[in-house]
Each structure stands twice: as C-alpha cells, then as structure tokens.
Write a protein of this length. Structure first.
Lengths: 994, 258
C-alpha cells in the first residue's frame, strides 16, 4: 500500500520557502507570479494497520502548531484554482535522500513496523499567469537539476512510484559474471577506444604499458583490474603532470627561468622548499591525507585544501556538499584520525549577473551555481559542526563553464596519534555509509575536460552527501582511536575502496571480499562495489584481537562497521566476489608501473593593452565602483549562512567591526578551552596577476596569505602553506608553461620567506568546451596558510577603533597597476604586475609582528584587491569613523627599478617622495603592490611604534575622525576623494545583498 | 556534598556538546557527554544526574523538522525517566537544537500532557544565519536569576522563529512570566530584523516552563563564556563572557536546592 502525504504550512504562517522561490522567479525576469506555496511530500510504502498512517502524520511528519497534512491515497488532489501551476520535484532512483533514513527511524520510534520505504518530494504551487515555456524555465533554472531529480508529472497522469524495496533498486538483483577485456589482440586504435568507452582517461602509452604487462603474465585483465589501474594512474590520484618530465621553453619572461628539462616539477619546486627549510615543527609533510605541524606539547594540527570543481559545475549543491565532506574526511583520515576544528572555503564563479546568452551551452547560470555551491557548503559544514572561519570569492567570465570550489579543513590530533602503520594480518574494515551506485568514475572524470555533454555522460559522478552520517562516523572514530583499536585509517574519496585499500595495502598487499561490503541496495556488480565513490566511508586496519570491541563502539551509535578483508603480506591486490577471484595484481605494477610522462611546456610573456584613463581630479566614483566590484564587495550574504562560532573557538571572525560586518583579514581560532594558543588561517589568491605572469601571481599569493597573518598579529615564526593549482589542460604546452612559472614562483617566495609547503593539490583539465572549442579557466593558484599564535588575546582586527588615532601605511607603494581591479574597471589588464621585494617585506612583517605583540596597534588591515583606497575605506566604514589621508605622505618607489631588488638580492632601491605633479594620484590610490598594511595607532603610542618600525618604510598618512567623512588629499594637496563612509559602505554591501 | 552532575545528551548530529560541557565545567559542574542510546538501552540512568542539557546541532539532520525526531525519542522512549527527573525538581536546559527539541516534545512551554503548544519554524529570511544578538532578560527562571542587563550572544540557526499555537498560549506565557529572553537592539528596545534575526513572535528568544526550571533558548550562551569570544572585546583578558552566568545559575540552583 502506498500513502502520499502532503505537509503544508497552516494559513497565517509565513511561508518563507515559497516567498524565497517567488523572489527567485522574479529575478529570472518572469513577472506575474503572485504567490508560491511550498508543500513537503512524503510517499510511504508498506503495510500499515488502520490509523498508523494517521499517527505517522500527526506524531512525526507534521508540526501541529504550524502545519497541516493531507493523506492522498492514489488519486489526484484537486485543489488547483485558475492560473495555478504545480511543479513537483523528486529525486531520481538511487540518489541519496538523507531524509528517507530519518523518517524510517522516526516511524520505528513510534513503534510502527510495517513500513518498507520512504520517498520525499518538494511541491510548489505557483499562482500567476504563466506560459508553459515560462513554467519550464522556472522548473529548469530554479527548481530542479535533471542529473539528480525529475519533475513528477501532474497528479492525474502520475503513475504510482515503483516499489523501492530496502534490498533492491527496482527489484533487480545481480548475477555474477566475470568480465575480461581483450587487450592481447587489441590494436592501438582499439586500445584508445577501450579507454574512451570505459571512461578510463588513459592515454595510448599507458594502455600499451598495461597490454605489455598482461601479455607478460599471459592473460587478459578483468574489467576490475583495468579500472583499478585507471584509478590509480589517474591524474587525480597520481598527479602525473607534476611528477612527470617536462621540456620547458620560454621567451621574454622576467625573471627568466631559461629553457630547461624538468624532472618532477613537484620535487623541483614545492617539495624542494620544504626539504631545504627543514623546519623541526613540520611533523608530516606530503605523505598523509593532510600536512601536519606542531601545535603545542600535546597536540598537532593538520591542514588540507581540496577542490571539487567538475562535480560542482554539473550539480552545484551536491558537488560542493561532497567536496567539503571529502576534505573533512581527509582530516579524519590523517594520522590515526584528527578532529576537524575549522573550515575555509574559496570559490571562483562567473559574475552572477552574466547575461543568459553568455552562459555556455550545457552549463548552469553562474548565479545558480553560486547559490548551489554556497548551500552545499553550508549544509555540510554546519551540520558537521565545524566553523567556517575564513574564505574568499572571486569572479571572472571564464569560470562560466567551470567554477572553482576549494574546501579546506584543519584538524587537531594528539601528538602520539599522528602516524599510522598497517600490520600484516590486520583486518580491513569499512565504516560509515553503505555503498551504492553513486559517484562512479569521479577520479577519472576529474582527469578530463568538461564538455557540454558531460552532464549526460558523467552524471554518475554527481552525488549528494549525508553530513549526519559523516558526523556519526567522526564521533565513533575518535572513540575507537582513543581506545587504540586500530592501526591505520584513510578515507574513501575519489576511487572509492579501490583507492583507499590500494593505498593502505601498497606495501603489504590486501585481500578483499567484495560481497562483504554493506550495500545500499542489491544489484551492484563486483566492479561497481570496488570503484563506487559513495560518501561518508572510512577504511581502517584493525588487529584481529580488537575487532569485537571496535565493532561495538560503532554499533553503539548506529554506525556500520564491516570486515571486508585483510592485509596479507603477499604484496598483491586480490579481490574476491562470492569465492571468485576477480582481481589479482602485483602492488608493484599498480603503484610503480605507470610509464614516465613527457610533456611540453611553453611560456611566452604576452603584452597586454594598457587602459586609456583620462586624467581627472576626483576619484570618488572610481572608489565607489571598486567597492562594488564583485571581488571586493561584501560577502556577508554568504558568510552569515555559515556557522563560524560552533565549537566556541572563534576569536577573529570572518566579519568584524562596530556592526560585525567588515571584511576581516585572516581568522584566529582558539581550539582548546584551557589554553590561549591560537591558529591563524589565511588565503592568498589572485588570478588577475597570472594573466600577466604566473610567476609573480604565485609570489603575490604567498605574500597575500602571509601579510594577512601579520595583519591579525601573527608572525612568520611558524607558518606552513598549502599550494592548490587549478589549471587548464596540461597536455597543451601553453597552459603547462604558465603552470611551470607559477611553481617556480612558489619556490622563490616560500624560500625567501622561510615558509614550507606541507601539502597541496592540483586540479587540471579545468576547461570547458562547446562543440570542440575549448576555453580554459584563468590559471588559478590558491595559497592557504596556517600559523600558530601564542596568545589569542594579542590578536588584532581590521576595523578603525578611535577618532583621533593615527593612520600609517607600512610598506612601499609602486607603480604596479597591472592586473589591478582599477584596470579591470577599464576592461584592461596592463603589464606592470606587482612583484614581491622579499628583504623589504620581511623587515616590515617582523616589525609589525613585534608591534602587535607589544599591543601598540589598534587595527591593521591588509592592502590587496583595490589597493590602498579600498583598504583605507574598509577600515574606516567598518569602524564607523571618518578618515583624513594625505597621499603625499605615502611611501612610494619610482618605477622602474632594478629587478634584483625584486629577486631579493639586497635592497638597492631608493625611496622617493613623489614630487608634486610627477606621479598620478590613482597610482598610489589603486596600485595593488604587495607587502603593505594600513595600521591604526593611538597618539600616545606614536613614538614607541615609530621606534619599533625603524628600518622599515612607513608613512604617517593621516588620522581617524569622528565625523563620518572619508577624505583623501592628493599629491597636490587638493581633495581628490571625498565621500560619506555610509555611502561607501552601502556601495560595498549592495552587489551581493540577496 | 556530591558535585553537580550534568548529562549533556547527544545523538546523531548533535554538535555543540563539547562546548556545552566546557561551559558547565567552567561553572563548577561535572559534565558528561552521553549518547541517547545509552539511556534508551538502560545502560545509563537519567536519575544519576542533576541537570539535563540538550545541546545545539542538527539532530538527525533537521530532517522532517528540526528537533522532531529527537523529541519523539524523548516522548516515546524516555518519558517515564524524564517525568521523574522533572518531578524530582531537577533542571533542564535546551540550547538552539535543544530548544527545538524541548518545544517539539511539549516540555516547553509545558502543559501536563506535554502537548505541543509552540514551535520554532523556518526563519523569515528562509535561510540559516549566524550573527550576534542582544538579549533582554525577563521572566522568572532558575537559569537566569540575577541577569538584569542586556546580554550579547551569537545565534546560528535556520529554524528559530518562535510561534505559539494561538493567542491564549502567548498570553499564558506572559502571565506566568515564562518569556525569559527577547531579542532587542543595543539599547534594549525590541526591534525588527536583523536584531530579531528570525521573525520570532514578540521577539521571543527563550522561554521557561511554569516551574522555571526548564530553559530553552535559540542563542548560544556556551559560545560566550570567555571575553575572548566577544566579537570586539577579546583583549579584555580578565572578564568572562555573558553566557557563563546561565551555567553558573544552574549549578548554584543544584547546590542550594537539590
């Protein structure tokens, strides 16, 4: 028997969901919708006794105070009036619907047993005159995504939902049938066809290597073996580009790297810094699921940032949702398991007001992508109870087909739980979610370019997460860890069990019985079980003597834990399904058999157009426009949807100021209740500099991440960084050329500043092609930094504190408007990219750290996007105070100057006070030169502060005023910028005030 | 005299348990995190504790409606133990999701039959929001004794709009002085969004039961127990946060009355 139950708000209750949808429809440009009513639908299937359906409605599904319910038994509900339309959205079969399990549990708690299955749907009754085309637009653009959902047709023609039994998807069961792939006789063309058809994303060279291997052992591979190799050798898992050989050529680049043959780019740059710096507080680098550094005498902290770009392009909510779920598991899978203590999220989208006709075919509109991604992160992060303390959002048209979604997690783990070691004879145990058909081919899918057909071909890679399942796993894992019940742990991410077991057993070998893996429903083949990327699963290795106690820990909190095999010592990967051997591979071939990759890279420094800006006297309009630039404007709409206070450790929050709404620099978190030690997190990202030169983009990103740490009162004493490259197709020499330069920029800056990389990630093939024409994203590097602060009470925030206090600019401004947001206002990139002058910057950083430590500064704000004018304005309006600033006092270095200074070879630069009339005001106002700060100091501390800053470049440029006027006097002493701070603030808040 | 024992009850999706326990510890109590399965199975007894704390989080993912499934577990699996706990004069506090659970189980506002007479429904803004709010203490409640000035705490929820079944329920709450916290502006005046972050009826942020021993509130007092957690005053090392007094009151009540 089937019961369809509709739950709706009582008359008089404000229907917030419906109101929100109505507003979104209006934003789509469709007028005429008067009202949208939201209805929650549950379809129950089972044998219920009389009155049981009623009691489920009354006691469980309905909020008696605010909602009414209706039980529809099969026939239509004829409550539609004229000009009312119904859109009912349900999940496709097999897509995770976390509510199902909760309803089943709730029904059981009522003492009702006969229920077999539950499905949910969302129903919208839209009132207003709409054409069927408009209704279709509303449905497709707002209400559902066909990859995971479908529209339930009108009630009359609605066929009953096929029974969805707990044990089966449509009642299909799986009959074992071993599949082998004929490689022996396959021609080269055939090999490529096999790779393509199976979505293996292996190139010819790799396919031939596999053929060679199997010819040697005189048999063909099973489908499972071929898949396992493809997963392990995928760009996603193996990082072929960074580890391969690269023949690099360049011309006209400054500084010149010279043509060179690079053997393993990762080891030549990123990992090289870490090795050379050899910091004793680095605990575990580039080995585990995240990088680990020392926190205090008892605890370490780990940090990892991941990307989930391709899934987020197709299904923004699900993609971002499982992206953050995955990086949280990275932290849970570090050492013997870390407790996640904070998240950071960075996104790149196309502008949310992009014209619909500019959206590439097959892509979702950027506003929908953005809303979906933000909701996906909100859902998972908040439900896991992990504060999102920091982030950034940037915009560029070329992210239209391929957004970037970076999610990072910091975890804390006891010092003596920081390493893992699987032993021979340990049992392989999978804990957490059951395995389904979801997310098959995620690892290989992310190793190819997106096309307008990706949404149909690769839809299996799209998933929805279940954060509560992961929270349960976390709660129980930490108990099992503290009882010392297991010896190693890793997460099931891309590649599923294939990747997790393959990695854990790389040294010892493993035997797995695939039929022992708990399934969501029957019908999965052995291979699907092996490569499924179902979420919320961890794999642990357990000494047999601990197994009963371990399973009890999980069972006590309703978490699955199943023994699926053991680590053997045979150095082979052996998989069985119902006693049939379906995979038998030497671990050595799997992990070391991949042929060396050789790629070509070319970098040619291109010349960009300089903007034509007519000379002007007043820059108020430019500042207002810059504050409203999507990169710079307030992200409060996003930030408030993330819980940044949970766990009770947030000190410098993402928003700060008199009204808690100014843009903070780095975040400061106090993770322990009984200690004042803190963790600082910051991010540096600026793809605009990369248009000119990825080398200086990389150096600038590192500088930005570090100066944010300095801004909040931190120091360079213990700072570790992560690299995260999102790039186009590395098989194309021009894309790879830029990547090489960025990697060398990373090396130079990290070395000069003494900050080691501890982990990283790369995501390639971020291109979107429509009918063969491919657009790459702007090559984007994210540098995430983590630092330990001795006392959080010394933290400094960015907003102005007191009228009469002095305003300093610390650090040199240069004529470096290339890649600036000011130029972007004039649709130009320019060529004077900001460089980093390490020796000079290190002096600045060190002096400001000391000043914060001594409590001499009231506020510090980092100068970045939009330059000095934006930083000053943000400081002023966040504190509700006015400012008077004199540009003639801003330390300025004339351009050009010898590059040796930029390379950090001594300080041979000369500081010049700009002579009146020589330099334009806008260069000083808007140049995005690195290593600069705006600092507020009380008059009584002036001498002490200036004494401490001796040897650095700084200028006392003005003061704060009680009057809410923001006034800047130009080089000629005349006012060149003048606005009320509330007007500035409004301009800054307006663009994303949704 | 035995120390004050607090049961911080958690289930799938509870996530403010540790900071709630920390707040009680700082207030001088002994707080223990306990999974609800341990009470349902009989492995542990509610009777062993003086205070029951229902912390914030997303129990069962807020599926169906926030707090609903947890509330039903209390109503259908732990009713007897809970009734005895209340009849013994012990204390209960529900914060955020805990408040949702108390309201949906009918323990708040609290009629004899535990009828659900009020609810916490989706915010008027239709989204989850985290922000700091000013709260005006009022009413008669063991947990808020001595709180007179306006306090400052963070809220973080998507379903916090307080509504009552009808006017009578609201009038009864007023008459019995069961309204304990109201959202207000910095000066203590009731006002609209965002000071009232969710559109709650009469700006209600927290209520108590007729005995004054059960407190439910949407804001998070456990997130402001040190001055360092304040968005602007973190460098005042000596001061404790505004929320701590609530936990101290609970512990004091147990020491004096139980």
């Amino acid at each position: 028997m089937q019961y369809k139950i509709e739950v709706v708000d009582k008359p008089g209750i404000f229907d917030a969901v419906g109101r929100g949808v109505a507003r979104d429809i209006f934003d789509l440009g469709i007028a005429g919708v008067k009202e949208v009513k939201f209805i929650q639908v549950y379809t129950l299937e089972g044998n219920l006794a009389d009155g049981q359906a009623l009691s489920i409605c009354q006691e469980l599904l309905t909020d008696k105070v605010a909602q009414d319910y209706k039980i529809l038994s099969g026939q239509s509900s004829n409550y539609l009036k004229a000009n009312q339309h119904i859109v009912e959205v349900a999940y496709n079969p097999g897509v995770m619907d976390p509510v199902e399990a909760s309803v089943l549990k709730g029904v059981q708690d009522l003492g009702i047993c006969g229920l077999n299955s539950v499905k949910t749907a969302k129903k919208y009754i839209i009132s207003g005159k709409l054409s069927s085309a408009q209704l279709k637009t509303i449905s497709e653009k707002l209400l559902y995504n066909k990859l995971i959902q479908h529209i339930v047709m009108s009630d009359k023609s609605n066929p009953p939902i096929p029974p969805f039994k707990k044990g089966g998807l449509g009642g299909i069961s799986y009959q074992f049938n071993l599949i082998t792939v004929d490689l022996f006789s396959a021609s080269n063309d055939k090999l490529l066809a096999i790779s393509k058809r199976g979505q293996l994303f292996l190139n010819l060279n790799e396919m031939r290597q596999i053929r060679r291997f199997f010819r040697k052992i005189k048999r063909n591979p099973t489908d499972c073996e071929l898949e396992t190799i493809a997963q392990t050798w995928s760009e996603h898992c193996y990082h072929k580009t960074f580890r391969g050989n690269i023949a690099y050529k360049e011309s006209k680049a400054e500084p010149a790297l010279g043509n060179r043959a690079i053997k393993n780019l990762l080891k030549s740059t990123i990992m090289k810094v870490t090795k050379e710096l050899n910091k004793d507080w680095c605990v575990s680098v580039f080995k585990d699921n995240s990088g680990v550094i020392k926190f205090d005498k008892d605890n370490n902290i780990c940090f990892k940032v991941e990307t989930h770009n391709h899934p987020s392009a197709l299904e923004p909510f699900g993609g971002a949702n499982t992206g953050i779920g995955g990086v949280i598991r990275d932290s849970m899978g570090t050492g013997l398991g870390a407790k996640p203590i904070l998240n950071t999220d960075i996104f790149c989208f196309a502008p949310p007001d992009l014209a619909f006709n500019k959206v590439p075919v097959g892509s979702l509109h950027p506003k929908r992508v953005m809303k979906g991604v933000v909701s996906g992160v909100r859902d998972y992060g908040n439900k896991m109870g992990i504060p999102t303390v920091n982030g950034a959002i940037l915009f560029h048209e070329n992210f239209a087909g391929n957004p970037l979604v970076y999610c990072g997690t910091v975890g804390m783990l006891p010092k003596d739980k920081s390493f893992k070691k699987t032993n021979k004879g340990d049992l392989i145990v999978v804990v957490g979610g059951s395995t389904g058909r979801d997310g098959i081919h995620g690892a290989t899918f992310s190793s190819g370019e997106l096309t307008h057909e990706s949404e149909t071909v690769s839809s299996g890679a799209v998933q929805i997460g279940n954060p509560i399942e992961e929270k349960k796993v976390l709660d129980t894992i930490l108990q099992a860890r503290d009882q010392n019940l297991y010896t190693a742990i890793t997460d099931c991410g891309a590649g599923g069990l294939s990747s997790a077991v393959g990695e854990m057993g790389a040294e010892l070998g493993a035997r797995v019985y695939l039929d022992k893996v708990p399934l969501k429903y029957s019908g999965l083949s052995y291979m699907e079980i092996w490569i499924s990327e179902s979420q919320e699963r961890m794999v642990i290795s357990v000494p047999p003597k601990n197994i009963d106690q371990l399973i009890a820990v999980f069972a006590n909190e309703n978490v699955n834990a199943a023994v699926i095999g053991e680590f053997t010592g045979s150095r082979r990967l052996e998989l069985y399904y119902q006693d049939n051997l379906v995979c038998d591979l030497a671990m050595q071939f799997l992990h070391e058999g991949i042929p060396q990759i050789a790629k070509k890279a070319v970098y040619i420094q291109s010349k960009h157009r300089e903007p034509k800006i007519t000379a002007k006297k007043n820059f108020t309009a430019d500042l207002l426009k810059l504050l409203a630039h999507y990169d710079i404007c307030s992200k409060e709409w996003v930030v408030r949807q993330y819980d940044h206070e949970v766990q009770g450790g947030s000190i410098i929050k993402p928003l700060s100021g008199l009204k808690n709404d100014g843009p903070s620099d780095a975040s400061v978190t106090k993770p322990l209740f009984n200690s004042n030690k803190g963790i600082i997190i910051s991010n540096g990202i600026n793809f605009r500099f990369g248009f000119i030169d990825p080398y200086w983009m990389a150096a600038s990103c590192i500088d930005e991440a570090l100066r944010q740490i300095i801004s909040v009162g931190g120091s360079l004493k213990e700072v570790a960084i992560l690299d995260n490259f999102c790039w186009g197709n590395p098989d194309k020499p021009d894309r790879l050329g830029g990547l090489v330069r960025a990697a060398y920029g990373c090396y130079a800056a990290a070395k000069a500043y003494g900050v080691p990389f501890i982990s990283g990630k790369d995501s390639f093939y971020n291109e979107f092609s429509v009918h063969g024409k491919s657009t790459p994203i702007p090559g984007t590097l994210l540098i995430s930094a983590i630092s330990v602060m001795d006392d959080v009470h010394k933290a400094v925030s960015m907003y102005a504190k007191g009228a009469g206090n002095l305003i300093y600019i610390v650090g040199n401004t240069r004529d470096e408007l290339g890649g600036s947001h000011y130029y972007d206002l004039y649709q130009a990139v320019g060529n004077n990219v900001p460089k980093v002058y390490y020796q000079e910057a290190k002096k600045t950083f060190s002096a400001l750290s000391k000043a914060a430590e001594k409590g001499l500064v009231k506020a510090t704000h980092d100068c970045s996007d939009g330059g000095l004018a934006v930083a000053l304005a943000e400081m002023a309006f966040s504190g509700g105070l006015g400012m008077e600033i004199f540009l003639a006092e801003v330390p300025f270095v004339c351009h050009p100057e010898p590059l040796s200074a930029a390379k950090g070879e001594g300080s041979c630069f000369k500081i010049l006070r700009p002579a009146i009339g020589v330099t334009q005001n806008d260069v000083i106002l808007f140049s995005e030169s690195n290593s600069r700060f705006v600092v507020e100091v009380e008059k009584t501390r002036q001498k002490e502060f200036e004494r401490l800053l001796k040897g650095t470049t700084f200028g006392l440029v003005g003061c704060l005023t009680a009057k809410p006027d923001f006034k800047i006097f130009g080089l000629d002493g005349q006012v060149c910028l003048d606005a009320n701070i509330n007007k500035l603030k409004e301009s800054w808040r307006e663009p994303l005030k949704w | 005299m035995p120390s004050t024992k607090v049961c911080v009850l958690r289930s799938a999706g509870t996530n403010c348990d540790q900071e709630t326990a920390a707040a009680f510890s700082l207030a001088g109590a002994h707080a223990e995190l306990l999974h609800i399965n341990n009470l349902v199975s009989g492995a542990r007894m509610l009777d062993d504790f003086h205070i029951l704390a229902l912390p914030g989080g997303f129990s069962y993912g807020d599926d169906i409606a926030s707090g609903k499934i947890f509330a039903n577990e209390l109503r259908f699996k732990l009713a007897d133990a809970l009734r005895k706990f209340i009849d013994d004069g012990k204390l209960i506090i529900g914060i955020c999701n805990g408040f949702q659970i108390l309201v949906k189980s009918g323990l708040l506002p609290g009629s004899k039959q535990w009828d659900q007479e009020a609810s916490l429904i989706i915010n008027d803004s239709a989204k989850f929001e985290a922000r700091w709010v000013y709260l005006k203490p009022a009413g008669r409640c063991a947990w808020t004794e001595g709180l007179e000035r306006i306090i400052y705490l963070p809220v973080a929820h998507g379903e916090g709009k307080f509504v009552t079944r009808d006017k009578n329920v609201l009038n009864r709450l007023k008459k019995n002085k069961q309204i304990v916290f109201q959202y207000c502006d910095e000066q203590g005046k009731l006002s609209g969004y965002p000071d009232n972050p969710n559109g709650s009826l009469e700006s209600i942020a927290g209520i108590t039961d007729p005995t004054g021993r059960i407190l439910g509130l949407m804001p998070h007092p456990e997130r402001h127990i040190f001055s360092a957690q304040h968005p602007r005053n973190w460098n005042l090392k000596s001061k404790s946060g505004d929320g701590l007094q609530i936990f101290k009151n609970g512990v004091k009540y147990v020491k004096e009355k139980l």
